[in-house]
Design a protein around this ligand. Sequence first.
Ligand code: NDP
Length: 303
Amino acid sequence: MAQRLDGKKLAAEFENHLLREIEIGLSKGIRPPGLAVIRIGDDPASEVYVSNKEKACARVGIASYGLHLSAKSSESDVIAKIYELNSKELVDGILLQLPLPRGLKESSLLSAIDPNKDADGLHSQNLGRLLKGEPGPRSCTPAGVMALLANNQVDLEGKRAVVVGRSILVGQPMALMLQAANATVTIAHSRTKDLESLTRLADVLVVAAGCPRMIGANHVKPGAVVVDVGIHRISSSSLGMENQSRSHLCGDVCAEEVAPLASFITPVPGGVGPMTVTMLLVNTVSMWQQHCGLSCTLEDLLP
Ligand code: NDP
């Protein structure tokens, strides 16, 4: 039976580390780190995610500045707000909560964020830094996956890794990070033919396709490390559960089929999700150290 890659536990350890680093800065008379979170529109899932991020900031001592804009905001309205935050000294990190309401373009808004305040690591300059192996804020979800693997002594050197999904948010930076750790990486996507034969070759399989329970026992090589990035709320009836009025969280992996085969597996919830939030805090505190002239002590937490 696979060992759990426990994101909740590791996230708590990282938070303690951040708490200590912030206390050191404060004891030198430095202001606390600040994170501005911009939410546009009223997507209920985004509201929950933003509130979780704000609670996480409060736990470690990051000041959070929430900005809730109407779904009717124009691109220029949002860009003007981003520029304001870029120039605010108390703000070390800026996060634009995705997805955006229809009509707003992700790429132009993300490009407006100062790359040195890019808490989510999604600015083209920071994706370029990742590509070139230069330090900088890293995309939170794949960085969280790398931290989970490293802290559970999963050796990637020379391993065959398959990433299912090629989004800029997850799949692409994930593949770059695995490659930088000397894995041999293949990316699969919606046009990939015979996905099963490809994923069965993987020593490390990362699934970020956004399709509930699409990866079953047939997709996985015995002994593989399986990372499930997907997160979905589905009705209990579709899982064949008794109390059909309730809903459940599940991932892109059919955990009960895959866990008996794999060597490691991330649970959903409690695997990648908590690590994504924690890496946002790591990026913010790391940028705060730079902005305030403190020594950078978090490099070993970032891939
Ligand atoms: P996107 O929808 O942006 O990308 C999905 C990717 O999966 C695309 O590249 C798509 O291919 C590919 N894909 C879709 N269907 C298939 C299929 N049947 N076979 C193979 N590949 C497929 O999603 P994201 O990358 O933003 O997110 C992926 C999942 O991860 C979602 O469930 C999301 O909720 C979750 N997520 C979880 C986070 C966490 O903290 N736990 C954080 C971020 C995301 P193509 O490019 O060809 O369309």
